[in-house]
Write a protein that binds this ligand. Sequence first.
Ligand SMILES: NC(=O)c1ccc[n+]([C@@H]2O[C@H](COP(=O)([O-])OP(=O)(O)OC[C@H]3O[C@@H](n4cnc5c(N)ncnc54)[C@H](OP(=O)(O)O)[C@@H]3O)[C@@H](O)[C@H]2O)c1
Length: 293
Amino acid sequence: MEKTVVLITGCSSGIGLSLAVRLASDPAKTYKVYATMRNLAKKERLLDCVKGLHKDTLDILQMDVTDQRSVLDARQRVGEKRVDILVCNAGVGLMGPLEAQSLDTMRQILEVNLLGTISTIQAFLPGMKTQGHGRILVTGSLGGLQGLPFNEVYCASKFAVEGVCESLAILLQHFNIHVSLIECGPVNTNFLDNLQAAEPGSSGEQVDARTQSLYEMYLQHCGTVFQNAAQDTDDIVKIYLEAIQSASPAFRYYTNSALLPITSPKTAASDGLQYIKTMSKIIFSTNNKVEQK
Ligand SMILES: NC(=O)c1ccc[n+]([C@@H]2O[C@H](COP(=O)([O-])OP(=O)(O)OC[C@H]3O[C@@H](n4cnc5c(N)ncnc54)[C@H](OP(=O)(O)O)[C@@H]3O)[C@@H](O)[C@H]2O)c1
């Protein structure tokens, strides 16, 4: 039987790596996986995970989602000359007081998370339209559905990805192409280590003491949330499989039922303030009241 061809971005670690390993190891050998990563020097981890097996179900390709040439080269290297399932997973975080972030760093986040996702979809969309079917799965984030302090640029990139996917999904129904967002809460990956933390003074602006102290409270809150609710990549892979195997996939899948996005306060009152107040209370609760400086 013909294999389902899956191309995944960002497979050097984390969710992308786990998904590539799971699909390439499928007992029924249903999938041919093109696991892509921007730096092939990092492929050993993936190879270790598959222990040299799965030569017929796994290929590793170089692909930097911010480099259109590299995206097109990867597309060219797909032996079957078609991709049935495209997984846009590559992403980077950015955390810290907004005024401390340099324009270059902010640009880089938007380049990877937003333009990288868009240009990857652009590259594979015409093929899917021609073949008359396809699935586009995107690793989304709670930070794409609700604002989070000290994550303004990351949230902006992930909110924008929601807009891209929702807009595309309406059109692509007419081409038998399904778009799904796999909305993740905290996941135990290298994401936190890899995220860009704003270096004090890198933008040339000093951060005031009150902001710095609120940031510290936010970091504590993050630590607690990760400790209590972070999922493992296997949990995310299960949801990916559900979406991949469904005859009629949902548009959104929430990976963590214990940590759903707080969306109803956003629309509960027309002034939009309820979410702002709720979130502020959750993160900067009075127990940890910041000293007014
Ligand atoms: N972990 C979480 O808590 C969490 C929560 C919500 C959503 N997410 C989303 O999950 C996705 C995967 O992240 P992860 O948690 O698995 O973290 P990760 O382990 O840091 O994986 C991120 C992957 O993206 C790749 N990448 C970065 N820039 C790239 C580029 N220009 N071109 C191609 N690949 C690039 C990284 O490659 P390098 O090794 O070369 O850097 C890495 O393979 C991201 O979209 C992230 O926003 C994560």
